[in-house]
Design a protein around this ligand. Structure first.
Ligand code: UDP
Length: 234
């Protein structure tokens, strides 16, 4: 596998071409951003945590019937993935109120929902990733009705699988964001699943064990990322 020129640099990852047009190499960075890029910083060791953790989770999800972009981990920060075209929809599921949900509806964090919620955001930095309903996604042809059904089915499996997985590690899965891509015309799970993209609260103390430590300047950011990886690897 040859790592060729850089194709793209995002906020948290770089993507490189390879000698196989169907494969990319992603290289996870320690850079952290929040509030649509307004807050910038570094979290030492984050790239490696997010890479290794995502790969463990993607392999678990494959076993549960969710196809993913994961191919092979090359190093602590680098992974070979399928060369997908990312659908411009952020898929968010929530089990407990937090973050933008709590803010939008003027409620406290920590309300446990009877049923998980499902929502889309339009993946568009210039617009600040606005909340988007399904009919608007269809109107703008961001995905087909069939692709949206597949996304919903996979997202539910991700939520059920990860709720159980994290609980076993002493972590409550509050909410998460996932992204899907198209590979050979099929919808597959792409991007990452990490403390950058999930809210995880310690089961015993309710301590925040995710990027909210960075967003809200709660301290022990690096240590928390390492602790989450340690638990995930157990
Ligand atoms: N999230 C993400 N990227 C985004 C927006 C949200 O990974 O651009 C994740 C976030 O970490 C949380 C979940 O999606 O686990 C729900 O986020 P929310 O809508 O509450 O927005 P936030 O409070 O992060 O602005």
């Amino acid at each position: 596998m040859e790592k060729l020129e850089q194709l793209y640099e995002g906020k948290a990852k770089k993507v490189f071409k390879t000698n196989d047009p169907k494969l990319f190499i992603v290289d996870y960075k320690d850079d952290a951003t929040a509030f649509n890029g307004e807050k910038k910083g570094q979290i030492a060791g984050k790239g490696a945590v997010n890479n290794v953790m995502s790969n463990i989770i993607f392999q678990l999800l494959e076993q549960k019937g969710v196809p993913t972009h994961f191919v092979e981990q090359l190093s602590q920060r680098e992974t070979v993935v399928k060369a997908v075209k990312i659908l411009p929809l952020e898929v968010i599921m929530r089990n407990v109120s937090a973050g933008s949900f709590a803010k939008r509806y003027g409620v406290e964090e920590g309300i446990v929902f009877d049923q998980p919620t499902f929502e889309f955001s339009y993946k568009n930095d210039d617009l600040g990733d606005p909340l988007m309903c399904e009919s608007h996604a269809l109107a703008l042809k961001l995905a087909t009705a069939e692709q949206i059904e597949t996304i919903k089915k996979y997202a539910s499996i991700v939520n059920e699988t990860l709720k159980e997985f994290f609980l076993d590690k002493g972590l409550k899965l509050i909410d998460f964001k996932i992204e899907f891509g198209l590979f050979d015309g099929e919808v597959i799970l792409a991007d990452e699943i990490s403390p950058d993209t999930c809210r995880l609260w310690d089961v015993k103390t309710n301590e925040k064990m995710d990027k909210d430590r960075f967003r809200r300047d709660l301290g022990n950011v690096e240590e928390t990322y390492q602790e989450v990886l340690k638990r995930v690897q157990k």
